[in-house]
Design a protein around this ligand. Structure first.
Ligand SMILES: NC(=O)c1ccc[n+]([C@@H]2O[C@H](COP(=O)([O-])OP(=O)(O)OC[C@H]3O[C@@H](n4cnc5c(N)ncnc54)[C@H](OP(=O)(O)O)[C@@H]3O)[C@@H](O)[C@H]2O)c1
Length: 342
């Protein structure tokens, strides 16, 4: 059994945008396995924007507490059980859990979920690539599915706007909405990503970095927008209040523009919510676990039939996890961002 564990820890709180050296790889002795624990060698780490939230000095009430310098990062991960003293995990099984950003996870009965999602569980891949269970068949899939169908109650007649549409959640939401018959507009930053949205996902693409977002959305949807899947917050949310039709719905999934040190400008005028009788609802995927099974059935069918494009950006080796987080937050990755531990 391994005697030491390498963990990605917070070296210092980022000032402004995160830099890779705000994080540090630390080697610590591995405690012997106690009764009720399993040792898991991590093979895939999910690189999620929300990891950045806990690196700030404070986190919003109701969210996870901030990490302190020296603390290891946490995140969704997959790994293989290499030793077990708990009856539910056998050696050799693939397990999903929330002790990412390290070589080994020690899973006791108290191993935590993140926001209600990610309690340790055996994953049966059925021959599919394991990492899909962190992406389209995992948290990203459930988030997209819950936002569209649990919150927005999307209908085929809807025109829906999805922001950060070239990312993990956004690219799934955009394609699921299109496959259900809705008219889809996706926004992303830069020409390469908008080409991906247009040419590979087959949706109307808006480059939020090129001119006025409200202007581009109005041009893309002359009859207005019925539903908005918000991954970005700030100026994107303000534009949604401008362009949504009366009775429009907003699913507040995330606010990535505010995570990485830049205060996101809030919408200056909330009156359109009243005037147009808009419905805004924040949600966390962990509150929609009942949709996990239908999500896997629907997305699994689309993947098997080749109807759904799934892109990954993979960084090799634990030492690359800090660079993966920096790249994903700066918009340098496409699709699901992962770190693979060989
Ligand atoms: N509610 C939940 O349960 C839940 C669960 C998972 C994820 N989420 C949220 O879902 C959102 C997407 O997560 P993900 O894992 O799929 O990440 P992702 O979209 O794969 O990666 C983040 C993307 O955010 C975009 N971005 C960064 N800064 C931006 C800014 N200032 N303005 C506009 N876009 C910006 C970048 O794309 P561009 O290159 O296009 O700028 C980047 O690629 C996040 O807000 C995340 O917190 C919520």
């Amino acid at each position: 059994m391994a005697e030491t564990n390498r963990l990605v820890c917070l070296a210092r709180r980022p000032e402004g945008r995160i830099a890779a050296d705000d994080l540090v790889l630390t080697e610590l002795p591995l405690a012997p396995l106690a009764e009720g624990e399993a040792l898991v060698r991590n093979t895939w780490l999910s690189i999620d924007p929300s990891v950045r939230i806990r690196l700030a000095a404070t986190t919003p009430k109701g969210y996870l507490p901030p990490l302190r310098p020296g603390d290891p990062l946490a995140g969704l991960a997959l790994g293989e059980v290499v030793a077990s003293r708990r009856p539910d995990f056998a050696v050799g099984e693939l397990v999903s859990h929330t002790q990412g950003f390290r070589d080994y996870a020690l899973l006791g009965a108290d191993a935590a979920a993140i926001g209600g999602y990610g309690s340790p569980a055996v994953v049966r891949t059925g021959g599919l690539p394991a990492q899909w269970f962190l992406g389209p068949l995992g948290s990203a899939g459930l988030t997209a599915y819950a936002g569209l169908f649990g919150v927005l109650e999307l209908r085929p007649a809807d025109t829906v706007w999805i922001s950060a549409a070239a990312g993990a959640v956004g690219s799934l939401a955009a394609q699921l909405a299109k496959l259900r018959g809705a008219t889809v507009i996706g926004s992303a930053g830069g020409a390469a990503k908008t080409a991906f949205l247009r040419d590979e996902l087959g949706i109307t693409a808006v480059d939020y970095r090129a001119g006025s977002l409200t202007g581009s959305l109005t041009a893309a949807a002359p009859d207005g927008i019925d539903a908005y899947f918000d991954n970005v917050g700030g100026d994107h949310l303000a534009a949604a209040l401008d362009v949504l039709n009366p009775g429009g719905r907003i699913a507040l999934c995330g606010a990535v523009s505010a995570y990485d040190g830049a205060p996101a400008p809030a919408p200056a005028d909330l009156f359109p919510i009243v005037a147009k009788q808009l419905r805004l609802q924040g949600f966390r995927a962990g509150s929609f676990l009942d949709l996990d099974e239908p999500m896997r059935a629907e997305i699994g069918d689309h993947l098997a039939a080749g109807r759904l494009v799934h892109r990954e950006t993979v960084f090799e080796g634990l030492h690359r996890a800090p660079a993966a987080l920096v790249a994903m937050l700066s918009g340098a990755t496409v699709g699901k961002t992962l770190c693979h531990l060989p």
